[in-house]
Design a binder for this molecule. Structure first.
Ligand code: PLP
Length: 379
């Protein structure tokens, strides 16, 4: 057996994210909000949900918000409201969480993958022309890790072909592109409030936001069994209502979101400044036109797997989002893709690593993470 390497002393574990620190700060406010719902005894489609819809729509700079049960439901409902049917094709980046593709598949439609720009990890607009076919019915744009995709060329392409654009903003609430918030660019945008998101519920939750009164009304109907009035349904929907307790929790957290985003951005700035001294690591890019909200702080390096192991030994958490692009997932084997079909996404999948990132992360913890990275790369 080989001798294990000598390690520097570990100051303390640094998790990749830590929700307990947040709860310690806002627990009393949360419990008051939950109590308010319990006293009202109204649990579904009540005042909290309606208020949350207005508040999130305002944050995104759009007219309507419709709260739903998850980000995945938001995507499925948005696709339906945009007229996507079984057999249609939907363009989307291959480098994303599986839900972006499986929402398309759940409707019997076909995801058609596109490659990413290697420096931002977001959809390469030039790919749209290459991948479009006469059956293309919609485009899903993912704003990955908290950074907006390059919307201008995507919107110009879609407008010229009258294709609806759906923003998958699951990771990007509050981010902006050219001075406008994400969620306000497409025909419709989908948000996730999964607990680890920048704005996270205490369970599953999501929302669709849109400037279109028609789309918002259709989603309102679809999320509640297709009912246009009580016990009168005009089309098949399902139950995707957000409950009042989650809405009340999210409203409390929303009051803190801008201060948390600020802390995330400050943490990212510290990482990027310290990482400048370490060759072989590419920090995340924040193009001048964008305000990144750092849902993830994602570096890339050719020695990713060994670096992750090195960090784990020092009890520093890190995660690979995502190790398998959608076109190489067993789920999509029937689409017949092979390695090298989408080279930028495949390389990113091998090289990206998300470091600890949450608002309460301290600067000395960041310095320790960067020191451990430098130690590995022998700086
Ligand atoms: C890019 C992206 N799209 C969609 C989703 C699905 O959201 P949810 O987990 O709320 O269903 C997620 C959640 O992780 C996501 O990161």
């Amino acid at each position: 057996m080989s001798t294990p390497p000598q390690l520097n002393p570990v100051p303390e574990p640094v998790p990749q994210f830590d929700l307990t620190a947040q709860y310690a700060a806002i627990g009393a406010e949360i419990r008051t909000a939950i109590d308010r719902v319990l006293s009202s005894q109204q649990f579904v489609l009540g005042r909290e949900g309606a208020a949350l819809e207005r508040e999130i729509a305002t944050l995104c700079g759009v007219a309507h918000g419709v709260a739903v049960a998850s980000g995945t439901d938001a995507l499925m409902l948005a696709l339906r409201a945009c007229g996507v049917h079984a057999g249609d094709e939907v363009l989307l980046p291959t480098f994303t969480f599986v839900a972006t593709g499986s929402a398309v598949s759940a409707l019997g439609a076909r995801p058609v993958f596109a490659d990413i720009r290697p420096e931002t990890y977001n959809l390469d607009p030039a790919e749209l022309e290459r991948r479009m076919t006469p059956r293309t019915r919609a485009i899903i744009v993912v704003h990955l890790y908290g950074l907006a995709a390059d919307m201008d060329p995507i919107l110009a392409f879609a407008k010229a072909r009258q294709l609806p654009v759906i923003e998958d903003g699951a990771q990007t609430i509050g981010a902006s592109y050219k001075g406008r918030r994400t969620g306000s660019f497409g025909d419709v945008a989908c948000l996730s409030f999964y607990p680890t998101k920048n704005l996270g519920a205490y369970g599953d939750a999501g929302m669709v936001v849109s400037n279109s009164t028609e789309i918002a009304a259709r989603i309102r109907t679809l999320r509640d069994h297709g009912q246009t009035e009580k016990y009168l349904s005009s089309e098949p929907g399902w139950n995707s209502r957000l409950d009042e307790i989650q809405a009340a929790i999210l409203r409390v957290k929303l009051r803190h979101l801008s201060e948390w985003q600020h802390a995330r951005r400050s943490n990212a700035a510290t990482y990027s400044r310290l990482l400048q001294q370490i060759p072989g690591v590419m920090p995340p890019l924040e193009p001048e036109c964008c305000e990144h909200v750092y849902h993830q702080y994602t570096i890339r390096t050719e020695q990713r797997d060994a670096l992750q192991q090195h960090l784990a030994v020092r009890k520093i958490g890190s995660t690979v989002y995502y190790p398998h692009p959608l076109h190489l997932q067993p789920l999509y084997a029937s689409l017949g893709h092979k390695r090298a079909d989408f080279p930028h996404a495949e390389r990113a999948a091998q090289e990206v690593l998300s470091l600890p990132m949450y608002p309460e992360l301290r600067k000395d913890q960041i310095a320790w993470v960067v020191e451990a990275i430098g130690e590995f790369l022998k700086c």
